[in-house]
Design a protein around this ligand. Structure first.
Ligand SMILES: NC(=O)c1ccc[n+]([C@@H]2O[C@H](COP(=O)([O-])OP(=O)(O)OC[C@H]3O[C@@H](n4cnc5c(N)ncnc54)[C@H](OP(=O)(O)O)[C@@H]3O)[C@@H](O)[C@H]2O)c1
Length: 430
């Protein structure tokens, strides 16, 4: 067997400790599969004295994680600190500059700086891998970049954030309100340190930006992802969606055609019979459409110590085996600068819920407001009277454009009996 591959692990939180555990517990199995031992030579975190449930004394402790890039007896730096900039980015750049391979789970950093890091890795002739950054337990980067490499891919979509999927699942199955389920996921520790990353769709958008590059060979462009989270989803929408045959999911959808890239993350109503509609709780699922494969569907745990660490170690094994292709599966210099497609160009149907005063003529007023727009109504339902004498009116539109829908919503808002900003959710035919 060749000499061991020496690894420095920066960050000993959930993922970092998971990686230490797998490398120790599966030492022989990994050596057999990798063709050489993968040995930890150094570790780093903020506080040295914290009990992390594993014995770290066999490994060199490095106080300043950024210095791991300078260690002589290290072949690969594993960055598991997090954050798009700061020490994680500094360490990553220094590692590549110093000719060390880099493995990271840092979706924020790869989404923001993927193209630059890929360039640096190519210039230095070293490997950059980030399987754990997207949907932990699902080997989606490898599946797209290697397994589907013969295809021209047109679309990738999926559930890319487990916490919000858990919330939507339990709002429906247990009839909880948004505030109730939010309190529960806070209590369970499912939310990111900055909850906005989950709730506002940013975490899912990081992953989507990475998947776009892997699937289409475009430069990572997080800035042009249209992002909407789940904060506005109410129990009534889940209930009415169900009556109409839909389920609400927070999806990331990326499409590429002729140099144009459309990337969006927002709640959607989808047919309850679709396989992805039955992906519940903290699970993730990704669908990939390509010309020779038609459609493939991947499902698994998106986060957590085990699945994420498993993906990190798979990257290490890959490198130990000598796999050395470019970060985004084509030379960094050939990554395409795609033209972003605005959400305003979306075409499709919409679910719209209006909260109105219950008196004669309301429906006629709403219909009149829609008359001079490019939105036509497929279904309009008036739901039972609330205690305060108000009612909900639910509209499902025919296919229209985002621009036309925004215009229609603005006109509906002007109707005097409409008492709240209308709720609108895109209906996605996938
Ligand atoms: N958790 C998941 O399920 C998951 C899934 C996919 C991807 N990821 C990504 O994996 C990465 C790590 O996530 P995590 O959940 O393991 O985070 P975490 O539990 O918060 O751990 C972060 C680690 O980084 C260390 N750290 C923070 N600042 C540091 C500094 N300045 N110098 C050295 N070490 C520093 C912390 O040290 P102390 O322990 O001493 O404070 C801690 O050990 C992130 O990029 C995250 O987005 C996580």
């Amino acid at each position: 067997m060749s000499k061991p591959l020496k690894v420095a692990i920066a960050g000993l939180g959930n993922v970092g400790i998971g990686v230490v555990k797998i490398l120790e517990e599966h030492k022989e199995l990994i050596a057999d599969r990798a063709g050489r031992e993968i040995a930890i030579s150094a570790v780093s975190a903020r506080s040295k004295d914290q009990d992390r449930g594993v014995d770290l004394s066999p490994y060199q402790w490095v106080d300043n994680a950024a210095e791991m890039a300078d260690l002589d007896d290290v072949d690969i730096v594993v960055e598991l600190i997090g954050g798009e900039d700061g020490i994680a980015y500094e360490l990553s750049k220094n590692s590549l500059k110093n000719g060390k391979a880099l493995v990271t789970a840092n979706k924020a950093m790869v989404a923001h700086h993927g193209a630059l890091l890929a360039d640096m890795a190519q210039d230095a002739g070293v490997v950059l891998r980030y399987e754990a950054a997207v949907a932990g337990g699902i080997p989606i980067i490898k599946s797209i970049g290697e397994g589907l490499a013969a295809n021209k891919l047109s679309q990738v979509y999926g559930i890319m954030n487990g916490t919000t999927n858990y919330m939507l699942t339990h709002m429906e199955s247990r009839g909880l309100t948004y505030d109730e389920i939010l309190a529960e996921v806070q209590e369970l520790g499912y939310l990111e340190a900055d909850p906005a990353l989950d709730l506002d769709g940013i975490d899912a958008a990081h992953k989507l930006a990475i998947l776009s590059s892997v699937a289409f060979g475009t430069k990572t462009d997080f800035e042009s992802v249209y992002i909407e989270g789940i904060r506005n989803i109410e129990s009534v929408d889940i209930e009415y969606g169900k009556e109409l045959g839909y389920r609400i999911k927070l999806l990331g959808i990326t499409k590429y055609e002729d140099g144009n890239l459309s990337q969006r993350v927002h709640p959607v109503m989808i047919d309850r019979e679709l396989p992805i509609a039955s992906v519940m709780d903290g699970f993730n699922a990704i669908v990939v459409d390509g010309d020779y494969i038609d459609r493939t569907f991947y499902n698994g745990r998106g986060a957590g110590e085990g699945p994420t660490a498993s993906a990190v170690v798979a990257d290490l094994i890959d490198i130990a085996r000598g796999h050395s292709g470019p970060a985004f599966f084509k030379p960094a210099s050939k990554l395409i600068e795609a033209a972003p497609v605005s959400i305003n160009r979306r075409k499709g149907a919409y679910y719209v819920r209006l909260h109105v005063e219950d008196h004669a003529g309301v429906i006629a007023d709403i219909t009149a407001a829609l008359k001079h727009t490019n939105v036509s109504v497929e279904t309009m339902l008036q739901k039972g009277t609330e205690k305060d004498g108000t009612v909900y009116v639910v509209i499902v539109t025919h296919e229209t454009t985002e621009v036309a829908m925004k215009d229609a919503i603005n006109r509906i808002k002007e109707v005097s009996s409409v008492i709240e900003t209308p709720q609108s959710i895109r209906i996605e035919k996938l």
